[in-house]
Ligand binder design. Structure first.
Ligand code: NAD
Length: 477
């Protein structure tokens, strides 16, 4: 049985209810988490406020940095344990689970070093005045986290918030919170004061909603679906609480005829099968110049046919999807494709060892997807790649921009001026040229435009969003 972690203590929910924890590789329940209540959120927010006022806000930036660095080291020492927890909870193949644990180490390392580098400015003003700006923390920040990359998203969101001087109340996804409960325990062991990092588990409409509504929360960082992003904004707007929104994507990879296809091919594949396609920045549309459309599709088809899907612990190319409803969602998209007579070019293989109850989906390559079809417009959040062709730069840009999203884009061409021309015209938060980072490293600011959200996490830039600016004008005596 797992518990909330509030003020450095394990706590049961006042609801007295629990939620089963399911292993996506076999569909079996293996543990229980607390089904949190609004009262639990209230307890956590009060603990955070007390911590902020009595301890955290009195630490120097350097002391905060040392604590974050100690947590980074603790996570590094426990990275295998954390990877094992995440693997079972989320169905991540071993390589992915380890990569996520190491990214978490890196987030705390990066933000540890950033704590004492965040500063204000002096501004020119009237004669006889000195004007300063101070970067001040919001205070108590709320973090609503999805299930696809719990550790990574916790690292970028909570790491940045703590570095900027905030204390945090975290609501992980009901489908994936095991690793974060453990990370909060490690933070306590690393010397974090009670109330600096609090974890309350439960359903979004119960505890996520209560967190966004709570008067004691000064900023909300939400990563998840556009639908819930809208709800969070509405609730936060009632009390004018600032929000950072990291939502979905339908990210294009644009391949020109002069691209190095041998380099592009494995990257295109990885960008859609990583984490079984359950990645906000998945490269889920491949836009290919007409002259190389057929030969590149042939190569992609061969690569797709060789992809193997199975239980997370087998560490194959693709693990299971997170839950049955997600599997059904992918099936619905594929059945719509069939009705629309969109040609399926190739599929990977689910291995015989995959248990019946697991949520498996073979990676699927579709071609000639009409730009208006939902497979070209909506996030599948599964390993499904939609291929489309274009004749020239204008058409490539129009197709790339033809969705409501704008999170990440990949451009593959050896022509330097074209690289920059296209990068400028594509509307998205990140552009990768001749590579694709599915979000990129911890140093790179990340976030969207249009329905992909607003505000930036990751990198130093995130610290501006986790602070507010105070202007102080002093008239000389
Ligand atoms: P989701 O929106 O269903 O849930 C996200 C979180 O919100 C969960 O913790 C959930 O419990 C909570 N929630 C649900 N209803 C709520 C409510 N009414 N009030 C407050 N909180 C609520 O998303 P998901 O299915 O967990 O994750 C997949 C989505 O997340 C995809 O759309 C994906 O693109 C997006 N995502 C975006 C990024 C990014 O950085 N842009 C990263 C990862 C995932």
């Amino acid at each position: 049985m797992q518990f909330h972690f509030i003020a450095n203590q394990t706590q049961a929910s006042t609801s007295g209810r629990t939620i089963p924890v399911i292993d996506p590789s076999d569909g079996q329940a293996y543990d229980e988490i607390q089904r949190g209540s609004p009262e639990d959120i209230d307890v956590a927010v009060r603990a955070a406020r007390t911590c902020y006022e009595t301890v955290w806000s009195k630490l120097s930036a350097a002391e905060r940095g040392r604590l974050l660095m100690r947590l980074s080291q603790k996570i590094a020492e426990h990275s295998q344990e954390l990877a094992d927890i995440e693997q079972r909870d989320c169905g991540k193949p071993t390589k992915q689970a380890r990569a996520d644990a190491l990214a978490l180490v890196r987030y705390f390392e990066f933000y540890a070093g950033a704590c004492d580098k965040l500063h204000g400015q002096t501004l020119p003003y009237l004669d006889g005045y000195t004007v300063l700006t101070w970067r001040e923390p919001h205070g108590v920040t709320g973090h609503v986290i999805p299930w696809n990359y719990p550790m990574q998203i916790f690292g970028r969101s909570v790491g940045g918030a703590l570095a900027a001087g905030n204390v945090c109340v975290v609501k992980p996804s009901e489908d994936a919170c095991m690793s974060l409960i453990r990370v909060a325990q490690l933070a306590a062991e690393a010397g974090f004061p009670a109330g600096a990092i609090n974890i309350v588990t439960g359903f979004g409409h119960e505890v996520g909603d209560a967190l966004a509504r709570h008067e004691g929360v000064d900023h909300i960082s939400f990563t998840g679906s556009p639908r819930v992003g809208t709800l969070i904004q509405q609730v936060a707007a009632e009390r004018h609480c600032p929000v950072t929104l990291e939502l979905g994507g339908k990210s294009p990879q644009v391949i020109f005829e002069d691209a190095n296809l041998d380099e592009a091919l494995p990257v295109i594949i990885n960008a859609i099968v990583q984490n079984a396609g359950q990645t906000c920045s998945a490269g889920s549309r491949v836009l290919i110049q007409k002259s190389i459309y057929e030969p590149l599709l042939d190569k992609l088809a061969t690569a797709f046919e060789n992809l193997r899907v199975g239980p997370a612990a087998m560490d194959l190319d693709v693990g299971p999807l997170i839950r049955q409803t997600q599997q059904q969602r992918v099936w619905d998209f594929l059945s719509d494709a069939q009705h629309a007579e969109i040609p399926m070019v190739a599929q990977g293989q689910i291995v015989d060892e995959a248990p019946e109850g697991g949520y498996y989906q073979a990676p699927t390559l579709l071609r000639d997807v009409p730009v208006t079809h939902r497979l070209a417009q909506e996030e599948v959040f599964g390993p499904v790649l939609s291929a489309m062709s274009f004749k020239d730069e204008d058409e490539a840009v129009n197709l790339a921009n033809a969705t409501k999203f704008g999170l990440v884009a990949g451009i593959w061409t050896r022509d330097g001026s074209r690289q920059l021309r296209i990068a400028k015209r594509i509307r998205s938060g990140q552009v990768f040229i001749n590579n694709y980072g599915a979000g990129g490293g911890v140093e790179l600011p990340f976030g969207g435009v249009k329905s992909s959200g607003y505000g930036r996490e990751k990198g130093f830039e995130a610290l501006y969003g986790f602070t507010t600016l105070k202007t102080v004008a002093i008239k000389h005596g």
